[in-house]
Write a new protein. Structure first.
Length: 165
């Protein structure tokens, strides 16, 4: 069996983010940014949802979601990514969200929340046939050698307010 360099394998984190972004779009969200970064940190996905009437521009009905995506394979040490959302990580995401809102002041009056998406990535062997997983998924994606499942989407996963003042 060949021992390929790491660059030969896809980045499962990016694959998980792709799946979550596609699912968000399919459920009515608009993806504003992917991997928004500043000196304080990075936010995987920033999405907007307008709950106002069609054709009506109203910031009071708009929502921004700052989404942290955790993609894990079986046997991960951190409860599928949940325990990786430490208070320090939450603070970095909040600070980065504040920078985003400072750069886009027209969105500063939107309601904001911090969501977490848990994605399971499974390596698929070519000689394996049939369905091996029976747990429901919000969304799935397959590509050569991998199957991804959006296992859980947690809206408002941690409480925090963004203060631009």
């Amino acid at each position: 069996m060949a021992n390929f360099p790491p660059s030969h394998y896809p980045d499962i984190g990016h694959l998980g983010e792709d799946l979550v972004a596609q699912w968000l779009q399919a459920t009515g969200w608009i993806i504003l940014h992917r991997r928004f970064s500043c000196r304080w940190g990075e936010i995987d996905i920033i999405a907007e949802y307008d709950r106002g009437a069609i054709g009506e521009l109203s910031t009071q009905h708009s929502m921004l979601a700052f989404v942290e995506v955790k993609t894990r394979s079986s046997g991960s040490w951190d409860a599928g990514g949940r325990s990786a959302i430490t208070p320090q990580k939450q603070a970095k995401i909040c600070r980065t969200a504040g920078i985003f809102l400072a750069q886009y002041p027209e969105k500063a009056d939107y309601s904001c929340r911090f969501d977490v998406a848990i994605v399971y990535c499974q390596r698929v062997l070519k000689n394996l046939t049939g369905v091996t997983a029976n747990q429901e998924a919000l969304a799935t994606s397959s590509l050569p050698g991998y199957k991804l499942k959006l296992q859980e989407y947690i809206p408002a996963a941690f409480d925090s307010s963004i203060d631009n003042g």
